[in-house]
Design a protein around this ligand. Sequence first.
Ligand code: TRP
Length: 370
Amino acid sequence: MTNLITESLPSPEPPHPELSSTVERSRLEAQRRSDLVAERVRTEPASLCVLTGDRPTGPLHLGHLFGSLGNRVRLQQAGVPTMIIIADYQVITDRAGTDRIAEHVRDIVCDQLAVGIDPAKSTMFTHSAIPELNQLLLPFLSLISIAELQRNPTVKAEAAAAGISAISGLLLTYPVHQAADILGVGGTVVPVGLDQLPHLEVTRLLVRRFTEAYGPCFTAPEALLSEAPVVLGIDGTKMSKSRGNAIELRHTADETAALIRRARTDSDRRITYDPQRRPEVSNLVLITSLCTGEEPRAIAERIGDGGAGALKQLTIAAVNEHLAPIRARRRELAAVGDDVLQVVRDGNVVARARATATLDRVTEAMGMIY
Ligand code: TRP
């Protein structure tokens, strides 16, 4: 994928002598471009359009809150028009079947509204309601080779994480349908973690190739790199819905306390903040810090020899206090029942109008007007 990243650079600056690896250069370049986007968020928010979203595989958790959701709300508040996809078709990229999907969609809608997504400013929509996005797949698929798709490191990592040995056509083409989502509704800024950059590079590649083949139809989207730290689950591995290690937004205060009390720590009584050598203890310190705003090192020092018990007490109190207003709103929203989905029904109308306009431009560019 590195070649794609390099290929997309406008005019690469001469490499710093110490940066021997192309990967490191690409990372720095991606950061430089992302900084430019962040600047535009400040100076001309209304000229941008953020496209972001999640797969509805379960309720959202603290990792989402401090990773993507917080950022999403900030972009919305900064005045950037925001499109949020609930990528229901992507659920079956790495699992069989759509078990409880309607429930998961409702959970995600409640989670997002509870953290502050405002339907007056942001558009929430479901992939399955926008068939025009899928029609964009056909020209896009013609512009990329199977070898290029097979080289995508993110798809490989996702397959490995899901324990999949036989990669389906849908999983292999993941970056292509993601490109259709982004370009279909006119997303120009995509908030991503570094690991998701290869996906976005495929979108940018498809824009270049489409433009060469049929003329200009799309603006290549830019990545806005996340600065959020990675929050681990209570077992010290990445917080994830499927691993049973997640502190979910919808959990009660008691459920949260029980989960954190079970969190793995280590045998050193003195609490320090050292994510490299003491990931589990440091993760609890980090979560506390993200909830209270106090520096992780200051928190660790304050607990000192108090041990893991004292740390957990502090983390439980911090998380429950931080989540209390979110949870109160979430309970109200959940009590509304299926009517909460009206937000998505409205969003689908908006997203579909945008995707239809895009598809009209595409078929016209391709000469398919009869
Ligand atoms: N793949 C994303 C996830 O797993 C969801 C998603 C679908 C998305 N299409 C997108 C994100 C386009 C950004 C841009 O959560």
